[in-house]
Design a protein around this ligand. Sequence first.
Ligand code: ADP
Ligand code: ZN
Length: 723
Amino acid sequence: MYAKVIVDIAHSQVDRIFEYSCPNGLKKGSRVKVPFGGRIIDGFVIGLSESCSLAPEKVKPIAEAFDESPALVSECFELMERISLRYRVPKAAALRLFLPSEMRQGKVREAFVKYAKLNDISVPISKSAKKQAEIIQFLNQAEQFEFARLCEKFGRGAVNALAEKGVISIEKRKINRNPLSGICGEESAKTLTRGQAEAINNIESSEKRVHLLHGVTGSGKTEIYLQLIAREIERGKTAIFLVPEISLTPQMLSQLRARFKGAAAIMHSGLSAGEKFDEWWRLRSGEAKIAIGARSAVFAPLENLGVIIMDEEHDTSYVSESAPRYSTLEIAEMRAEYNNCKLVLGSATPSVESYIKAADGQFNLIKLPERINKKPMPEIIISDMRKEVKRGNNSTFSAALKDELFKTLESGNQAIIFLNRRGYAKTVICSDCGYVAKCNDCDVSLAYHSEENCLKCHYCGAKYKMLTACPECGGTHVRLGGTGTQRVVADLKKLFPDARILRMDNDTVSGKDGHYKILKQFSERQADILVGTQMIAKGHDFPSVTLVGILDADMSLYFSDYRSGERTFQLITQVSGRSGRADSKGKVVLQTYCPENYILRYAVNYDYTGFFENETQIRKAAKFPPYSLICRVMVTSEDEKAALETLKNVYFEIEAIKEANKDDFLFLNRMHSPIKRLQGRHRYQVLMRLASNSNLCKIYDTAVKFSDSKCLVYVEENPASLS
Ligand code: ADP
Ligand code: ZN
């Protein structure tokens, strides 16, 4: 037998199939070790054959085969080709996506526990071997017992002696490390509302592959997902359930666990290596049938998929930030096509890209315009902060927000205060000369953290001493600018000394269940106010929250990004959606310095369609995505000269492509990236706007050509941030 092997080196020079001889019985999809260039390295068997194209004396045998059952599902082989072609990455890099990295490096293995069991034979035990007799008596009652604990109880010598005589046998049994075992609710399927039932029927009867479920916040999308999954499981199929950030969705997790028990497996970067490995094998072996997780769960080792769900489809975390920079939606579409199954995207604020596809009939559009039980959407009150300042109110909160907070606390309900930043204050500014403290390695301003009285870089994590004097002019009037979550908590405590306040941002959460703990405390009403950043905006369902305060609604409007309007609309709608989800009516106070902004007006009226029509007109006129493609080729290096040299080469090559395809290039230039240095690497970019994707491959190939050990060159399509 001969095996066709892809070696696990993601380099274009070895990006082809190598042949080895192998024993009969080796399976396609297995991981192997093979001799390669004088070393032994890992590889994947992607095919088997009776014949070989090499001369017999040139064929080497594989060194070792790993898995009894092959790790890769057969779908991988086709997807590998498509991914490698689409994102211009070596096949090995595409295959790696399908395996947990811990497993590839062979760092974790399955966990086993040894059990001792009495055999059905009688062997004379000498009177002096008292311990052995005791063990036999003990096992007569216990039937079987953990080997290690038996040794502790009676001594290893006696246990081993019995094993040698064949009186007892020792068995290895695989155990599963069960992640986040504390998260498991009790609940059963709900009776569907008419809207939900119609949505499910619509999805099941439609001929289309992709379905966009546009349901307002609190319209009961989760129940639709769960019942769609349940139907597929009943039909003997499997399902993938994608969420933006799994640690932020303990409620989703507990609902899924409660409903599907062991059939649900979690794929989550916060799990230990062993837990990841076990959950992955539970899916691969067919024991678990539903994979829930963030974007990487789209590579779950499931066969026979019945449905793929992508909740909060607009979320930017669905695009990978490291190579290969895949779009989860594209991969999900490939898998849905391969399995001939449905792909359901859900959101209260669909991305403009997806909604355009739904509007022109490529996707099946399903609308849920009302909340469950016709609960009203929360009323949004706008506080014009310019007027507040004129009236002499320089505090963090408008008069209206203070008033509503007071009423909420008095009535025993809960409030959420949202702002866009973290840290006590955003930056340290010198009042004399205007100096702003910046990170030495990254070209970004530092944030003050009052708990440690230090400055931190949010990009690389570097810590700096708090300034007492300005390093530029020596002046001592250094002040804190901007407001952060810590400052908000401090101000709230002054206003409401008796209120119990929780803070949730990247600084207060740590560990795999850090988010869960804070969210649980809040949902168990151990706190009255939750203050937090983006992470409190996502999908949570807290019945007692009747007030949401948005402190700087317009913050994100000023980002120099064509999507800033869309982002702001999404954020306001999502955060507002946390209010008034149960019996009491909800309110939202939105503080802004530009209340006349049209994005805010649409958001306040929950007018997605109005927003969408306006936004698409603007993008069409200005030729912004999806009416064009923004493409950025990044060139980064520790050595600035090398970066500049490579930038020049990349640019010339792309300019040549432009010369041959003039109509396709709406814009092309090279420049410093807005953040000039990050983690010690200089950053330059070639930025272009393309009318179509017809030259995209050539641009990817250019990046591959000039990327080397000194300079990293990579392509980003419509990047979420241009920093
Ligand atoms: P969405 O994801 O659309 O924001 P959720 O799925 O969180 O909304 O549902 C909002 C609330 O309505 C939740 O508390 C949920 O338990 C409840 N709910 C959903 N479907 C039903 C139903 N059929 N009957 C009763 N309550 C429901
Ligand atoms: Zn830094």
